[in-house]
Ligand binder design. Structure first.
Ligand code: SF4
Length: 86
């Protein structure tokens, strides 16, 4: 993942969100599902927003990751282990 966007959370079951921007195809599904966590940049690739205090709930973030057609949003838990995709 040379080109990635990531953020960490200090609470909840999801503690780290990483978007593999090399794999992103700009489908925008993540932003539609979880607009407080994901946004598109001017290259039409997804970014994780910078304000973690305003992120969506973990369930909504998970829905955003699940909605990605190429599964390029990776979620990690408190122990650093990958939660999604398996
Ligand atoms: S859903 Fe996936 S492919 Fe589409 S913009 Fe989001 S990260 Fe990129």
């Amino acid at each position: 993942m040379a080109n990635e966007s990531s953020a960490t959370k200090t609470s909840g079951k999801i503690r780290k969100i990483v978007i593999d921007r090399d794999a992103c195809i700009g489908a925008r599904s993540c932003v539609i599902a979880a607009s407080n966590t994901f946004e598109m940049d001017d290259e039409n690739l997804a970014l994780v927003k910078s304000d973690a205090s305003n992120f969506d709930s973990d369930d909504t973030i998970m829905q955003g990751a699940e909605a990605c057609p190429v599964l390029c949003i990776h979620l990690y838990g408190e122990d650093g282990k990958k939660i999604f995709p398996n």
